[in-house]
Structures are given as C-alpha cells and as structure tokens.
Design a binder for this molecule. Sequence first.
Ligand SMILES: Nc1ncnc2c1ncn2[C@@H]1O[C@H](COP(=O)(O)OP(=O)(O)OP(=O)(O)O)[C@@H](O)[C@H]1O
Length: 284
Amino acid sequence: MVSEASGSPVLAFEDVHLSFGAVKAVNGVSFTVNEDELFAVIGPNGAGKTSIFNVLSGVYRPQQGRVVLEGRDLLGMRPPAIARLGVARTFQNIELFANLTVVDNLMLGRHQHLRYGTLAALLWVGRARGQEVEHRRRVEEIVEFLELEQWRKMPVGLLPYGVQKRVELGRALAMEPRLLLLDEPVAGMNLEETEDMARYILDIRDELRIPMIMVEHDMGLVMDIADRVMVVDFGTPVAIGTPAEVQRNPDVIRAYLGGDPDVEAAVEAGVEAAIAAEDEGASA
Ligand SMILES: Nc1ncnc2c1ncn2[C@@H]1O[C@H](COP(=O)(O)OP(=O)(O)OP(=O)(O)O)[C@@H](O)[C@H]1O
C-alpha cells in the first residue's frame, strides 16, 4: 500500500479519530499530501469523507490525532484561523452571494488579505486605495484563468450551474490557498461541465501549483485526474495508492459492492483476470 506522498508533504493527517457517540466517523485515518499533488478521497455514503474535510478546516475537533500544515499543527484552531493559514474550501452546495456579481464574489475571497480598516476603506485613502487596486488585479487574473470574462459583471444567481461552481472555485483561489479542499466539485454537472471543471482542476495543480484534496463520487473523474486516491469505508482507510492500484484492490471493490458473496466471487475473478491481462501485456 502506497501511503506516503513522494516529495515533501504540505499536509500530514496522522492517525485521526473522530466519534459522534457510538459512530466512528473517522477511525485512525492517516495520509500525506505532496506539494504538487491532487489527492482524492472516495468512499460510500457515510464513509467519513466530509468529516475528514471538517477536521481539516477546523469545523470538527477530533478526539485523537494530528493535522499538520507546513509544519504547523492545526488542531484546536478555529476555522477562520485555519483559512488564514491557507486552507480554502469549496462546498457541495454552492455558497456564494447570488445577488453579487462574479467580481464582487471573488473580491470577498480576498477579504482575509485586507489590511486596512473600515474607515480607511470608506475614505478611499492611502493604503486602502493601493491595496484595493492590488486586490482587483488579482481578481481579474482569476477571472481570466477560469475564463469567466463574459460573466464578470453579472449577478452569480443568474449564471448556469456549472459557471457558478467555477465562480466558487475562483473565490477559493482568491484566498491564495496553500491547500485547496474540493468538496464534490462536479456534483450535478453535465458531461461538458464536468470536463471543463476537470481541466481547471488540472491547471490549478500544474500552473498554480496548489495542492488539492478532492472528495468526489464521480469515479471516472477521480480515476482520470487524481494522482493518488484514498478509499475510506465506515471511517476506516481501506486503501491508498494510484488510481490503477486502488481500482484493482479487492478490498476497495468489496467496500463499494457490499458483502454479497456472489458479487465478491465475481469481483475476485474479475480482478484476477484483469491482473493476468495486465501481466500478459507487460511481458508481451
Ligand atoms: N455532526 C454529526 N453528528 C453526528 N453524526 C455525524 C455528524 N457528522 C457526521 N456524522 C456521522 O459520521 C459518519 C460519516 O459521515 P460523513 O458525512 O463524514 O460521510 P461522507 O462520506 O461524507 O458521506 P456522503 O458521501 O454521504 O457525503 C456518518 O455515519 C454520519 O452520520
């Protein structure tokens, strides 16, 4: 099982345990995320994926474990402090201001970088003016990067769903994150929107060099674009590895298909056949 990222890790999630009464939402989960890595977390409904995100962003405080971002222990910090350290997040359900324009929503993402007071902002003087210009410049760069130019002055609520999801991604990028958490980035999207989003996610990794953790139910997307995948089931890690490694792991297939013995026998036969075919291909 490959559990360590190659290169230097940005994030270390170490033996985290989180229970709600008798429910072990996260049960001894450990992984690291490398600085240029797209790391995916998958698992059946209720497996603990959202709970892992909530631990990472400070919403839930685990009973045991460590979460270290670039050498700093995040446990015990409140969500705004963790966001200031550079952990940005997109949500399953879009969380934008529907009546504000694309540019204004992105400007709100810059909010934690504002270094001037309200009075200075109102008077539009000195530092406030200089910083505002800089923030607008950064926002326009993101508009261009995510190809949002044609919608920049439109209220977000009027835009197609796929574009709204892209604006949400832009708002997270406006925070200049050190680590980006993507919670089901293509949920509810059609094929074209999904392909667009996949391209932007890969560009964020390759051009902006921002490491990401993605929770996603779309297996095709995960297997296509993730560098490594962690599978969780009932809060417990089942496997960590490359998409190819994880896909042929019988424990993973079992976690998805349940304990039906007929299904299991069929799966194991299928896995063996796949491995044999691969080996044959390799030796040919
Ligand atoms: N605040 C909470 N209070 C009580 N139980 C919770 C809470 N949050 C999560 N759980 C429980 O922890 C377990 C893991 O839930 P979680 O939402 O993390 O799973 P998930 O993998 O994200 O599921 P889904 O794919 O459906 O979003 C579930 O049994 C859930 O009911």
